[in-house]
Design a protein around this ligand. Structure first.
Ligand code: GTP
Ligand code: MG
Length: 245
């Protein structure tokens, strides 16, 4: 499986399943390293502006109170500055215990360093070369479960256009979910109508795919929707012209 797809899958799982998501950005370029496309996770997201030791008070002070709507806290994975405050914010953000807390962000912003600081020990490998963390790694910190993830850049179009042009068969795609979401996202109304599921205003492509999988009875053993299989079916339908968008 292609590396970016593996990362993407881990990233989406952590976003979906964690109670709190720490989106880590680099203080030297907070705006540039902020993934703008994660708005739907806003309510459980805390933006962590790390490497604050590398910028002056003035630069931090110049950041608005929220970054594109996200509340943020400044820390340093190097000096430990701001870490106790962040821990307090995490505890306040969810009543769930143990609390699942995911750490996401661009490659090399300082996710693993932050996790090590929060955990108070060297649990994850840190490196100046982007792409150090290859898989999700977790540590427990009392009643908090911390998940470190590989860095991802916002979802790119790689591979998707080929599938949309039907140049690649649905069966041969290692991870069909992002592509099916792209297809559904083109016209949620048409997709909802085709699969005969109700469409709510609050639905996004992911919610719709879940509904479609349930409607079609594509479920895993535990009753969870089988998104992988359903995504393949959506791509198939699209490629064969059954699903018109
Ligand atoms: N000065 C300073 N350097 C930091 C800080 N946090 C991380 N670094 C450095 O930034 C580089 C990347 O840190 P990592 O923690 O490995 O970053 P990551 O986000 O986990 O990277 P990937 O796993 O590759 O996505 C390393 O050289 C760290 O030493 C910080 O708060 N201050
Ligand atoms: Mg890392």
């Amino acid at each position: 499986m292609e590396e970016w797809l593996k990362r993407w899958i881990v990233f989406k799982r952590v976003l979906r399943e964690c109670d709190v998501v720490l989106q880590v950005v680099d203080a030297r370029d907070a705006w540039g390293t902020l993934n703008w496309s994660l708005k739907k996770y806003l309510s459980k997201m805390i933006v962590v502006v790390t490497k604050s030791d590398l910028v002056g008070e003035k630069e931090l002070g110049a950041l608005p109170r929220t970054l594109h709507g996200y509340r943020w806290v400044a820390v340093s994975g190097k000096t430990g500055e701001g870490i106790p405050w962040l821990l307090e914010e995490i505890r306040k953000a969810t009543a769930r215990r143990p609390a699942k807390v995911g750490v996401v962000g661009y490659p090399n912003v300082g996710k693993s360093s932050l996790m090590n600081r929060l955990a108070g020990r060297r649990a994850a490998k840190v490196s100046p070369v982007p792409g150090q963390t290859k898989n999700v790694q977790w540590v427990t910190l009392g009643d908090i479960l911390l998940y470190d993830t590989p860095g991802v850049v916002p979802q790119s179009e790689r591979g998707v256009s080929l599938v949309l042009k039907s140049a690649v068969a649905a069966q041969s795609i290692p991870s069909p979910e992002p592509i099916a979401l792209e297809i559904i996202g083109r016209s949620m109304e048409a997709a909802a109508a085709h699969y005969d599921v109700p469409l709510r205003k609050t639905d996004d492509a992911e919610k719709l795919l879940i509904k479609i999988a349930k409607r079609r009875g594509r479920l895993l053993k535990g009753g969870e929707p089988d998104l992988d299989t359903m995504a393949r079916l959506v791509i198939n339908d699209f490629q064969r012209g059954k699903l018109r968008l």
